[in-house]
Write a protein that binds this ligand. Sequence first.
Ligand SMILES: Cc1cc2nc3c(=O)[nH]c(=O)nc-3n(C[C@H](O)[C@H](O)[C@H](O)COP(=O)(O)OP(=O)(O)OC[C@H]3O[C@@H](n4cnc5c(N)ncnc54)[C@H](O)[C@@H]3O)c2cc1C
Length: 467
Amino acid sequence: MDRRHFIAGVASTAALAGCATTPAGSAAPSVAGLQAAPMPAFIGQPTQKLMPKGKAPRVVICGGGWGGLTTAANLRKLAPQVEVVLIDRNPNFFSSPLSNMWLVGMLDGELLSHDYQRASQQLGWHFVQAEVEGVDRAQRSVTTSIGTLDYDWLVLAPGIRYNYEAWFGNDRRAADAARQRFPSAYASNSEFLTIKRSLQAFKGGELVMTLPPPPQRCPPSPYERACLIGWYLKTNKIKGHVTILDHKPGIMPIGGGYKAAFEQLYKDYITYVPNAHVQEVDPFNKRIRTAAGDQKFDHAILMAPHQAGDLAWLAGTVSANSNGWAEVDQLTMQVAGDERAFVIGDAIQAVSSLPFRYYPKSAHIANRLGRIVAYQISERLAGRTPEKRLPDNLCYMVVNGSPGEALNVQFDYDFDSEGRIRQVQRDFNERTVSLYKDDFRWADFMFTELFGGIAPPVLPYPQYRAA
Ligand SMILES: Cc1cc2nc3c(=O)[nH]c(=O)nc-3n(C[C@H](O)[C@H](O)[C@H](O)COP(=O)(O)OP(=O)(O)OC[C@H]3O[C@@H](n4cnc5c(N)ncnc54)[C@H](O)[C@@H]3O)c2cc1C
């Protein structure tokens, strides 16, 4: 069954069972002899209006990750007359950047987790904790699990989803087994804790990491994770070994720095396998077949291919030509054919016909695109034509815990003579303590922008302590 039929199937099954539209306050259906209590009025009414719209223009931001939070913070500065509503399914933001250190006990989770309600009070935007279930761009309205919201401007910042269909087709049981037993914590924050616990319980053996094909979220970070797991095994004298099955023909970016770290720091702990296109995954018998050979494992971090988050699909922004990503204007981030809707962050499609094609799917780029869209909306509201702006990118990757050492990659963008977006990449392959410190400075700077100074300072950077 494809996705649409699956949803239609669920809806009709629910209707047949008599539980699709039970009105609030009326008797709920009787199932297997149980006479259910009348439902309280606020249950099951996602169609009620959440916040009536006043005269001020309203921007609704769906997704409170790096892109969404940046847009909210910058809109408040650039267009204070605008009412900004940010919706996220979670009560707290959890930062993926720095999270690999948290996974292996190098730093405290409090540095990564921030409360949306407090941030909204500090910065003057509204927070709604709900699941966004649909977007009607013709009516300019968003349906959430607790009600609907009208908007004048819409910003979608939904992040990514796992394309398990590429591995398992319609076999939902296998996909669920892979996600639940061997999650990667790339698309869903709740998986971080599962991975941390599984690492704590890992007493040795073969741990396999599959890396997805590009474009993927934060390409250098799986290697960072492998290094820090290698460091964790070595530090805690655990007889474990990590095999990285990489879809790519080589480590990218910062290949030289990672290769040196694998060879010099983790020779007995990490094996890197290039060109390992995943052909078959068996999460029940713990086996993977790849173009570079078969692999058995005791534990795994399985990264299925990445695509734009579900919401980008629900909002009709993914086209048949955009390869699983949201189709937007490469400069303004405006959804094709809809001047009131934008998509930012990891969810967007290729931005250039030059070989790099996609912006790196990073928090730094999501932040820069959030700034660009806040600027776009504020200029258009002021009746001005926005100038062209391009992002930049910067990523620090920690490869050692004792001493803390990191690598760095930077990207700059401009236009070539034909008007195409051009990328210049610089890899800093020498691992240094100073880049490690810069990683925390970067995070401190970002959190200050996103949360208006209420986030606990990340600096001075945490001292390493054995996990
Ligand atoms: C392990 C790891 C390490 C990383 N390290 C770095 C790094 O060092 N530097 C860097 O720049 N980048 C890093 N990244 C990448 C970075 O985290 C992402 O690029 C960034 O989060 C993208 O921002 P976004 O706003 O597009 O999506 P996200 O930050 O994922 O935000 C999406 C938000 O939308 C919400 N959402 C989605 N759908 C719905 C819905 N239907 N209803 C309600 N809410 C919804 C989600 O809850 C989430 O909060 C790392 C990523 C990982 C996984």
